[in-house]
Design a protein around this ligand. Sequence first.
Ligand SMILES: NC(=O)c1ccc[n+]([C@@H]2O[C@H](COP(=O)([O-])OP(=O)(O)OC[C@H]3O[C@@H](n4cnc5c(N)ncnc54)[C@H](O)[C@@H]3O)[C@@H](O)[C@H]2O)c1
Length: 439
Amino acid sequence: MSVLTPLREMPVGNIFRKGDVFVLFGELFGRGYVNGLLDEARNAGMTILGITVGRRDENQQLRPLTAEELAAAEANLGGRIINIPLMAGFDLDAPAGTPNPTDLLADFKLTTWQDAKLDWAQIERCREVGVARFKSSLAQVMAELDQAIPDGANVFFAHTMAGGIPKTKVFLAIANRIYKGRGDRFLSARALLDSDLGKMILKNFDEVTANTFQHLIEASSGIRARLAKSGGETRYTAYGYHGTEILIGGEYQWQTYTNYTQGKAKMRLEDHAAAAWGQGIKAVVFNCPEIRTNSSDIFVGVELSLFPLLNALLKEGDGGWAHEQWKICQGLLNDGVELQSILDRIEAYNADSTIASFRNFEAWPMDNTAELADVMVGTSEEITSLHKDRKALITDHLSALVLEGTGPLIFHEASAPHGPVLWLNHDIIARQLVKMHKA
Ligand SMILES: NC(=O)c1ccc[n+]([C@@H]2O[C@H](COP(=O)([O-])OP(=O)(O)OC[C@H]3O[C@@H](n4cnc5c(N)ncnc54)[C@H](O)[C@@H]3O)[C@@H](O)[C@H]2O)c1
């Protein structure tokens, strides 16, 4: 998908009510995006159901949650969890008696990984085993869901899955250099992408971040057909990322975090939604802004695009609640540091020619460069150091606001969606937040 299709109109429709079912397709973490959507489903009185990715035992075998883990996860979700492991990806899968990709990567060393080669025929066999495992578990999950979703109900499948980084020591060191490194410690994303290690990781991203959405849509076709016959509707949503429009120089402009290594997988996710849409299935990828979550914390600088949300809140509202947000954020800074000076710093950052050269939608996802890392990681570290407490950042507060705003937007738009791929930019999120907080 290479056309930017932002959602500009505030969605207000709602087909979901008590007795309808919300299925969370992914696990729930405290700061995760789906919290905003879950709030809406709960408010609508929907029955909440969830899944688990499972856990690994001491032999790396996938297992269901223990009774204790399950109880904690269900309490956290506020709904029943179908306890069949749905871990996606194939980094720990292999035909019996043969090495899995993580085993193969264990031989890669920090000094040799760029030239180290993988046995691609074996990787492909592992991929097939992983996909077959996922689809077989998914069929069991769907059989249980089929029992749990009554005729005539509407069902909302919310896909959150993204990931696929294999757990190898060498990659942790490489990731630290690609996403956090500057100067001597900088490593270009291209070096990773050109290596066998990088190619293997991209394949795994495809499976976890993109293809799980397709499997979900296909595996639920029976439920969809049954509900359609009895007057119930089925919706699918997924969280995408493909850059965000934020206020730069007083205008909403598209920008992105670079290097977004999962970019190709996220485009594949968009393609799956478009293909389903072509068959009359209401599946929508919502491309969402950069926020700080368990999954994004490794990307130093990803949070810089959040600051202009404070200006968007002023632009899109009457100011009262927006000023409160400014006050809260001001309170997180060291004494003597003005919030406006941080926003000025971000404005200068976005005007920097190095940073501006990455605002190239057609070329997305671009490789990073040493110059970019210097400015981006440097600015991130500088702004973080101006806070009273590194564990209570302005971007934590703004992340919580963004996920709160995306909840109702996704929930209502899914009722009568305009297309398979929609961007939720700072403009509409700010308008939604201001609307929600109007006294
Ligand atoms: N954080 C951001 O800046 C941002 C921006 C735009 C879109 N998103 C997307 O939002 C979605 C939720 O992410 P989040 O940032 O809220 O973080 P999160 O950590 O709360 O969610 C990540 C999800 O991925 C699932 N997952 C991870 N590895 C998996 C695997 N191997 N198999 C199956 N599932 C797996 C987890 O169970 C969890 O539900 C993701 O699709 C993410 O790409 C995030």
